[in-house]
Design a protein around this ligand. Structure first.
Ligand SMILES: [Ca+2]
Length: 190
C-alpha cells in the first residue's frame, strides 16, 4: 500500500512538472524591451540663419551649420555673444512641431544657452508668436540632449530661437544641436 502511494505521488509529481513546463512554453516569446519612438525630425530640411556667425563662417569646424548637422558631438561657437542673439530655421512650407531639443557643447558649461524663447512666424518673419520660453536651463552634462515638449502643436514656416542669456561666460556661447521635432505619440524623456 505504501509503495502504491509513493508511485501515485511520483506520477502526480511528473504530471504537475510536465504541466508547468507546458505552461512555460505557452508563454509568448519576450518582445523587445523598447521600441524607437515615431518621430519626425523637421530640422533635416531646415535652412538655418543666425544673427552672429562663427568667425570661420557657417561651414567652419565650429560654424553654425554644426548646430543642425545631427551630430551632438559637433558644436556651433560664437565669440561675440550678446542677448539679442538669435538662430532661425526656415522651411519652404509650414511644418508642425510638438517638441524640440537643445544639446550642450562638449566643454565650458558657462557658454551654454541659459535663457531663451522659441517663436514662430508664418509671414516670413514680419510677426512672431511665442511658442516656448525657458529660463535657467540646466544641462546635466556635456553633449547633453535636453528635450522640451510643447503644451500644444506649433505650425509655422519659420522658427526663431532667441537666446537671451548664456550661463555666465562674458562673450562666448555655444550649443551642439537645436532640432525641431514632431512625435506621433508621447514626447519621451531623453
Ligand atoms: Ca552638431
Amino acid at each position: 500500500m505504501l509503495e502504491l502511494v509513493r508511485n501515485i505521488r511520483f506520477i502526480v509529481s511528473v504530471v504537475v512538472f510536465g504541466l508547468m513546463i507546458t505552461a512555460c512554453n505557452d508563454e509568448s516569446p519576450p518582445t523587445a524591451a523598447t521600441t524607437e519612438p515615431d518621430v519626425t525630425d523637421l530640422s533635416e530640411n531646415a535652412t538655418l540663419t543666425v544673427s552672429d556667425e562663427n568667425p570661420g563662417g557657417p561651414f567652419a569646424g565650429e560654424g553654425s551649420s554644426k548646430s543642425i548637422d545631427g551630430d551632438k558631438y559637433t558644436k556651433f561657437l560664437i565669440f561675440d555673444y550678446d542677448p539679442d542673439f538669435w538662430m532661425q530655421q526656415d522651411f519652404e512650407e509650414s511644418v508642425t512641431i510638438n517638441a524640440y531639443t537643445i544639446t550642450s557643447g562638449n566643454d565650458a558649461p558657462d557658454r551654454d544657452p541659459h535663457d531663451w524663447t522659441l517663436a514662430g512666424s508664418n509671414d516670413g518673419g514680419s510677426t512672431w508668436e511665442t511658442i516656448h520660453t525657458v529660463t535657467s536651463a540646466s544641462f546635466t552634462g556635456r553633449n547633453k540632449v535636453n528635450i522640451y515638449g510643447l503644451d500644444s502643436e506649433a505650425t509655422y514656416s519659420s522658427f526663431r530661437l532667441s537666446i537671451t542669456d548664456n550661463a555666465g561666460e562674458t562673450s562666448l556661447m555655444q550649443l551642439s544641436e537645436w532640432r525641431l521635432l514632431y512625435y506621433n505619440g508621447e514626447v519621451p524623456e531623453l
